[in-house]
Design a protein around this ligand. Structure first.
Ligand code: SF4
Length: 698
C-alpha cells in the first residue's frame, strides 16, 4: 500500500476523512487507487496526514458490498451477529430491481412511521436528496445525521448569537492572528493538517492558548496549557471574561456598534471572579487572569473548538461563552480574528447546509416558516410537508422503542456504534419492522438490516463536499465501484421513484442546480466553476470571487445586524462520579482511526499501526490498579461494561480514562450517557461516571 509510484492516470479529489478537506491527487492503475498525494487545495496547500496519505485502501477491501442483499426468511434474530466473511447465513443476494422494490415496499405509505439517517460522509447532493426523500416522500422532518453527535450545540449557539451556523473565518486565518485559543479539541490527532498551521503560528511567535482536560501534543507549542477539570468549561470561561470586564479590557466601541445584551452579560459575569472559580475549574486565578489579558489585549484573536466543548449537556452554554468572549474583545470579522468550531466529518458542514437536519431546510431555513416550505414545495413540484420540527438522532431511537417509528432508511451512518448508550440504539434497530441500509460495508448497523443497498466510496463518484472552512470542493470519480455497487445519489433517486416521487435527476450536477434555487449560500458557485477551480468558499460575491474567508466584518445576519451576548450559568454534568463509579470517562478519536472504524480498520497501514482497542490512564492510576501498561482493564458505567487494553498516559488526569470509540470489540458507546443538551440535543459523550478495575486478563 502506498509504495507503488507506477500509475496510469491521476484524478483530483478531496480526502474522505476529516473536515479539514485536504485536496488529493488519486493515482490510479488498473482501476485501483495505488497511492495518494496532497495537492494545492486552499485548506491544505499540498499537506496530508497519515489518514489522507495511507488510509485509502479500504475502498478496495474484500469486505466491500458488491450486490444488493435481502435478509433471509430463516435468518437468526436481528443482532450484532453477522460475520462479514460468512454473511450468507443471514442475507441472500438479490437483483437491484428486487432489492429496490423490497426497500420501497417497506417504506411507502407509512408517513410518520418512517425516519431517515443521512450521512456527513456523503456529498452535498446526496445529503440534499436524502432530506428531500424524507420530507417530500413522507410529509415530515424526521431526518437527521451525525452532526447531532458532534457540533449540534455549537451550531445552536452560533445560530442564536451570530445568526449563522458556520465558521466566521477559515482556520488558515490563524496566520494573521496574534493570539489563538484552542479549546476542547485535539487537532494534532483529529484535524492534523489544521494543526500544522497552528504549530507554525506558535513558531512565529503567536500566543497559543490550549484548554483541555486532557493534555495533548499541541501543549508543546502552547504559551498556556489550561488542563481544567472535566465539565468546568463554563466556570473557567466566565472567570476569564470576568477579568476582561473587571480590568476594563473589553472593546467598548465594537460592543456598542455590533452587539446586543451586553449589560446582562456584564452583570452575569460579576459572580465569576477567578479567585472563586479557581478551585472549581482547577486552574489558578493568576493563570486565568494572564489568559484573559493575552486574549483581550491582542490586536487579533481567534477561537477554535472541538467536541470537548460541544459534547456536554451544557455544550450550547460552552459555545455561548466562546462567542461572548470573542465579541467582547471585538475578535470577529477582521483578519486574524474569528470563531471556528473545527467540524469533524469531511462533509458535516455541507450535509447540514443541505438541510439534513430535522429543524431546518437547506441553508438553515426553518421548517416552521410557511413561506420557506412553500418555496421548497414549489421547486419540488409537490404538496406541503409538516411545519413541526422533526425528531433528532437519539429521539428517533427513542421513538422506535415507543413504537412511533417502525421503519428506517439509513445511508452511510452507523448508529449501532455511534449512538450514546448504544445497546439502546441496537435494541431499537432490532425492533424495526423494516430497515434499509445503504453503505459500502456490512457495518454494525447493516447487521440489523432487512435490505442492504451497496453504495460507492468517495473515489467512485462525483459530488461536492464542504469543509470546516466553508470551502465547497469538487470530488471526482477515479475508479468504478466494485461489482454492482452504485453511486448513492442514483440509489436514493431510484428508491424515491419506487416510493412514488417523480424524480428525474440524470447526474449530481442536476441536483446541484436544484439546490442553488433555494440556497443563497451557493450564489455565484456553479458546478462548472467548481469543476474548473476545485474549490470556492461561500459566500462568494461574484463569479470571479474565490469567496469570503472572513465574514461579518460589517454586521451579523441577525436583527439590526447585531450579534448577541447570551449569559451562561454553570450546569453540572448529568452522570457525576460516586462511590460506585468514582472516575470520569471521556471518549474521542485517535490519529489512525476514524469514527466508528468502518473505513480505517479496513485500511492495512492504519490498522497495522493501531490494531487493538485501547484506553489511556495515568501511570499512577495503573499502578494503583496493579495493571502494567499493555494489560487489560474493565470499564463499567451504569449502562454497561467493556474490557480494553490500557496504556499509560500522563496527559490523562489520575481520575480520568480516555477511550477511543472506533473499536466494536470494546465499543465506547456501550458506556456513554444519552443525556442531551436541551438546545443542540447532543449527548454528553465527554463525561460519564465510570469504575475502572483490573480485568481478569490484566
Ligand atoms: Fe484527510 Fe483530514 Fe488528514 Fe487532511 S487532515 S488528510 S482531510 S484526515
Amino acid at each position: 500500500v502506498g509504495d507503488s509510484r507506477d500509475y496510469d492516470r491521476e484524478v483530483e479529489s478531496v480526502c474522505p476523512f476529516c473536515g479539514v478537506g485536504c485536496q488529493v491527487s488519486l493515482k490510479v492503475k488498473d482501476n485501483k487507487v495505488v497511492y495518494v498525494e496532497g495537492i494545492n487545495g486552499p485548506a491544505n496547500e499540498g499537506r496530508l496526514c497519515v489518514k489522507g496519505r495511507f488510509g485509502f485502501d479500504y475502498i478496495h477491501h474484500d469486505h466491500r458490498l458488491t450486490k444488493p442483499l435481502i435478509r433471509r426468511e430463516d435468518a437468526p434474530a436481528k443482532g450484532l451477529n453477522v460475520d462479514p466473511d460468512n454473511w450468507q447465513e443471514v442475507f441472500r443476494e438479490a437483483s437491484w430491481d428486487e432489492a429496490l422494490d423490497f426497500a420501497a415496499n417497506g417504506l411507502k405509505g407509512r408517513g410518520r412511521e418512517v425516519a431517515g439517517f443521512g450521512s456527513a460522509k456523503c456529498t452535498n447532493e446526496e445529503a440534499y436528496l436524502f432530506q428531500k426523500f424524507i420530507r417530500q416522500g413522507f410529509g415530515h422532518n424526521n431526518v437527521d445525521h451525525c452532526t447531532r453527535l458532534c457540533h449540534a450545540s455549537s451550531v445552536a449557539a452560533l445560530l442564536e448569537n451570530v445568526g449563522s451556523g458556520a465558521v466566521t473565518a477559515t482556520f488558515n486565518e490563524i496566520e494573521n492572528a496574534d493570539v489563538a485559543i484552542v479549546i476542547g479539541a485535539n487537532p494534532v490527532e483529529n484535524h492534523p493538517v489544521a494543526a500544522t498551521y497552528f504549530k507554525q503560528f506558535a513558531k512565529r511567535g503567536g500566543k497559543l492558548i490550549v484548554m483541555d482536560p486532557r493534555g495533548q501534543a499541541l501543549k508543546r507549542h502552547a504559551t498556556h496549557m489550561l488542563q481544567f477539570r472535566p465539565g468546568a468549561d463554563v466556570s473557567m470561561l466566565n472567570a476569564i471574561m470576568h477579568v476582561i470586564v473587571e480590568e476594563g479590557l473589553y472593546d467598548q466601541q465594537y460592543i456598542e456598534g455590533y452587539t446586543e445584551n451586553w449589560d446582562a452579560e456584564k452583570a452575569h459575569l460579576a459572580d465569576y471572579a477567578p479567585e472563586r472559580m479557581a478551585e472549581i475549574c482547577g486552574i489558578d486565578a493568576e493563570t486565568l487572569r494572564a489568559v484573559a489579558r493575552d486574549f483581550a489585549t491582542a490586536k487579533a484573536g481567534m477561537i477554535f473548538w472541538g467536541m470537548g466543548v460541544s459534547q456536554h449537556i451544557h455544550g450550547t452554554d460552552n459555545s455561548r461563552c466562546l462567542i461572548s468572549l470573542a465579541l467582547m474583545c471585538g475578535h470577529v470579522g477582521r483578519p486574524g480574528t474569528g470563531l471556528h468550531p473545527l467540524r469533524g466529518q469531511n462533509n458535516v458542514q455541507g450535509a447540514s447546509d443541505a438541510g439534513l437536519i430535522p429543524m431546518f431546510l437547506p441553508d438553515y431555513q426553518s421548517v416552521m416558516d410557511d413561506g420557506v416550505r412553500s418555496a421548497f414545495t414549489e421547486v419540488w413540484g409537490s404538496g406541503d410537508f409538516s411545519n413541526e420540527k422533526g425528531l433528532t438522532v437519539t429521539e428517533i431511537m427513542d421513538a422506535v422503542h415507543t413504537g412511533d417509528i417502525k421503519a428506517m432508511y439509513v445511508l452511510g451512518e452507523n448508529p449501532a456504534m455511534s449512538d450514546p448508550d448504544v445497546e439502546h440504539a441496537r435494541d431499537a434497530l432490532a425492533k424495526l419492522d423494516h430497515l434499509v441500509v445503504q453503505d459500502i460495508f456490512l457495518t454494525e448497523t447493516a447487521n440489523y438490516a432487512d435490505v442492504i443497498l451497496p453504495a460507492s466510496a468517495f473515489a467512485e463518484k462525483s459530488g461536492t463536499v464542504t469543509n470546516t472552512n466553508r470551502q465547497v470542493q469538487m470530488g471526482r470519480p477515479a475508479v468504478t465501484p466494485p461489482g454492482e455497487a452504485r453511486e448513492d445519489w442514483a440509489i436514493t433517486t431510484e428508491l424515491a421513484r419506487r416510493c412514488g416521487m417523480a424524480w428525474d435527476y440524470k447526474s449530481p450536477a442536476d441536483v446541484f442546480a436544484e439546490m442553488k434555487r433555494n440556497m443563497r449560500s451557493l450564489e455565484n458557485i456553479t458546478w462548472d466553476r467548481l469543476d474548473r477551480e476545485n474549490a470556492v468558499t461561500y459566500p462568494s460575491l461574484s463569479p470571479e470571487d474565490p469567496g469570503q474567508a472572513i465574514v461579518f466584518g460589517d454586521g451579523f445576519p441577525r436583527p439590526e445586524g447585531r450579534a448577541r451576548f447570551t449569559p451562561a450559568s454553570v450546569i453540572a454534568p448529568d452522570d457525576v462520579p460516586d462511590a460506585e463509579y468514582p472516575m470520569i470517562l471521556t471518549t474521542g478519536r485517535q490519529l489512525e482511526h476514524w469514527h466508528t472504524g468502518s473505513m480505517t480498520r479496513r485500511s492495512a497501514v492504519l490498522d497495522a499501526v493501531e490494531p487493538e482497542a485501547n484506553c489511556s490512564l495515568h501511570p499512577s492510576t495503573l499502578r494503583q490498579l496493579g495493571v502494567d501498561p499493555g494489560g487489560h482493564v474493565r470499564l463499567t458505567t451504569k449502562r454497561g461494561s467493556v474490557v480494553v487494553m490500557a496504556r499509560a498516559d500522563r496527559a490523562v488526569a489520575p481520575d480520568m480514562v480516555f477511550l477511543p470509540f472506533a473499536y466494536v470489540e470494546a465499543a465506547a458507546n456501550i458506556l456513554t450517557n444519552s443525556a442531551l443538551d436541551p438546545y443542540g440535543k447532543i449527548p454528553e459523550f465527554k463525561f460519564s461516571a465510570v469504575r475502572v478495575e483490573k480485568a481478569e486478563s490484566g
